[in-house]
Design a protein around this ligand. Structure first.
Ligand code: UD1
Length: 419
């Protein structure tokens, strides 16, 4: 039997919650360690299933991955002896495709299984492949594997058709060891890309413009060992702030990075929350009030993140008024809707748009998690539903949230994990 989470709704959240390092930053950074000529030390690494899977993948390639104490992971890539990322590991986590760029740049060849991952729509890797081809790689797809070869990559100008996060990361990691200058245009601007670039710079890479749509890289012959502290998880932060807003509570997220989450903070204010940012602390106060419904359109950063869409849908479910949610990034990212309906929500979906009419009360029921952020939205809904909500298939949750039930119960939520 798989683990489940049981939530008993009704308690307003109060207190402080320490935010972990960002899943979406640490995964590419772990892959980037392959580029170093010595042992890397990463700090603020969250304890997540996806991190564990990436560590297994690095170990499979021959890297020595070590535990340097709480939140510290060391990776010595000097013992890497394989450039093949097998299907068994890649299928469980799409981000494994991010070893392609580093392996190709460092060893001149790589084979990576086509990825699986979350069932949130078809997620091809054509943009990754085209970017690497621009740098001179020869790439074929055979027997379910991407096979890439290039004795030495050459810097080039590449314009992404779409500002894909993963493609930008893969091509950026490949370009740092390419010969000459690479210009990446229409690059993704997510804070996690900035964090990856900063780690690469600490390793000796020459990168400018990260965090904008135009990244300029001067290739270097080799990269050295370095230390890096992973940026705070803006999605985890946003999830706790939405939980506070929905329950009419007051929560301070500490170790956070408010400057990476303007769109989410603005929407929380629009929903009627009082927000106060002070250094790495964000306090949300919604005591005594019901949220107002907000309209949302997901977009690449600095737009509203698709990874916060499901949580804001949960908020709209119990808000005053009607909120329209437009999902523009992924094709099939409304799988939480049917589960929210089971809790008494009023949601109508038409293509990429969901119209959510707030109801005064949700009522607890057994529901099923379908992907990572969908699971979070079900917990949020459970926190305000009357009675018990049991969420099945929470392994999705463990891929991306560190100890979510521990952190929520420290804020006063009635939540427990059962087997
Ligand atoms: C990353 C995040 C994920 C987030 C997403 C969008 C990680 C590990 N995951 O995923 O949490 O939801 O960004 O912010 O960082 N696409 C193509 N061809 C490609 C690549 C992407 O068509 O080669 C499409 C995808 O199918 C999707 C859209 O582009 O519809 C966005 O994908 P992308 O930005 O690449 O997301 P990921 O890097 O997979």
């Amino acid at each position: 039997m798989t683990a489940k989470i049981v939530v008993e709704g009704g308690a307003p959240l109060e207190g402080e919650v320490a935010i972990s390092g960002a899943k979406n930053a640490v995964l590419p950074i772990l892959c980037a360690t392959l580029l170093a000529d010595g042992p890397m030390t990463l700090r603020n690494v969250p304890h997540l299933h996806d991190v564990h899977t990436t560590a297994r993948l690095l170990a499979e390639l021959g890297a020595r991955v070590g535990d340097g104490g709480p939140g510290v992971v060391t990776v010595d890539p000097t013992s890497v002896h394989s450039q093949v990322a097998p299907y068994e590991l890649v299928k469980t986590m799409r981000a494994s495709v991010l070893v392609l760029g580093p392996l190709l740049a460092k060893y001149g060849h790589a084979e990576v299984s086509l990825p699986g991952g979350c069932a949130i729509g078809s997620r091809p890797v054509d943009l990754h492949i085209r970017g690497l081809q621009s740098l001179g790689a020869e790439i074929s797809v055979e027997n379910g594997y991407i096979k890439a070869r290039a004795p030495r990559l050459r810097g080039a100008r590449h314009v992404f058709d779409f500002a894909s996060v993963g493609a930008t990361e893969n091509v950026l990691m490949a370009s740092v060891l390419a010969e000459g200058r690479t210009l990446l245009e229409n690059a993704a601007m997510e804070p996690e890309i900035v964090d990856l670039a900063e780690c690469l710079i600490a390793m000796g890479a020459r990168i400018e413009g990260h965090g904008t749509g135009r990244i300029v890289v001067e290739g270097v012959p080799a990269l050295r060992a370095a230390e890096h502290t992973v940026v705070a998880d803006r999605i985890e932060t946003g999830t706790f702030l939405v939980a506070a807003a929905m329950t009419g509570g007051r929560v301070t997220a500490t170790h956070a990075r408010p400057d990476t989450m303007d769109a989410v903070i603005d929407k929380l204010k629009e929903a009627g929350a009082e927000l106060d940012c002070d250094g790495d602390r964000i306090t949300l106060d919604m005591r005594g009030r019901r949220p107002r419904a907000v309209d949302i359109t997901t977009a690449p950063h600095p737009g509203f993140p698709t990874d916060m869409q499901a949580q804001f849908m949960a908020l709209n479910c119990i808000a005053e008024g009607v909120g329209v949610i437009n999902e523009t990034i992924f094709e099939n990212r409304f799988m939480h809707v049917n589960e929210l309906l089971r809790l008494g929500a009023d949601i109508r979906v038409d293509g990429h748009t969901a119209v959510v009419r707030g109801v005064p009360k949700l009522s607890g029921a057994p529901v099923m998690a379908t992907d990572l952020r969908a699971s979070a939205s079900l917990i949020l809904a459970g926190l305000v539903a009357s009675g018990e909500t049991t969420i099945d298939r929470i392994y999705h949750l463990d891929r991306g949230y560190e100890n979510i039930e521990g952190k929520l119960s420290a804020l006063g939520a009635r939540i427990r994990r059962i087997r």
